[in-house]
Write a protein that binds this ligand. Structure first.
Ligand code: THU
Length: 135
């Protein structure tokens, strides 16, 4: 599976990360069903809880482009410890991708590991729970 285009898009977005508080720059890139790639970076805020993860930015970019289904995900950060999407972003990604969707965990040098979204968030909550819910 070729991931270089996703890595390059995520790195380009990561270069613009606004992370003055953590100093931890993250990039994310999403491949959509039509082949288009949508990338984002983390955007921190002096009011810390208002900060946004790279994955959330990339999802917003994708939705604004009029695309709604993700076929492949890549997240990139630097450091010895491999980056992995936070819990909130796992839920955000589940909204637009399948459990089998590959998630590439990358460093600047390339992909370090590939897991599935279902591995990251098993038994995820979704629309099917709401639509079959009772009042
Ligand atoms: N961060 C992301 O952008 N994505 C993740 O999956 C993990 C964490 C950001 C949030 C914050 O700006 C910084 O990394 C440190 O937590």
């Amino acid at each position: 599976m070729a991931t270089d285009d996703l890595l390059q898009a995520a790195l380009a977005a990561r270069a613009h990360a606004h992370a003055p508080y953590s100093g931890f720059k993250v990039g994310a890139a999403l491949r959509a069903t039509d082949g288009s790639i949508h990338a984002g970076c983390n955007v921190e805020n002096a009011a810390f809880p208002q900060g946004q993860c790279a994955e959330a930015t990339a999802i917003g970019v994708m939705i604004a482009a009029g695309v709604t289904r993700i076929t492949e995900i890549l997240v990139v950060a630097d450091g010895p410890e491999m980056v992995s999407p936070c819990g909130g972003c796992r839920q955000r990604l589940v909204e637009f991708a399948d459990p089998a969707t590959p998630v590439h965990l990358a460093g600047p040098e390339g992909v370090r590991a590939t897991v599935s979204l279902g591995d990251l968030l098993p038994r995820a909550f979704g629309w099917r729970h709401i639509s079959k819910g009772t009042s």
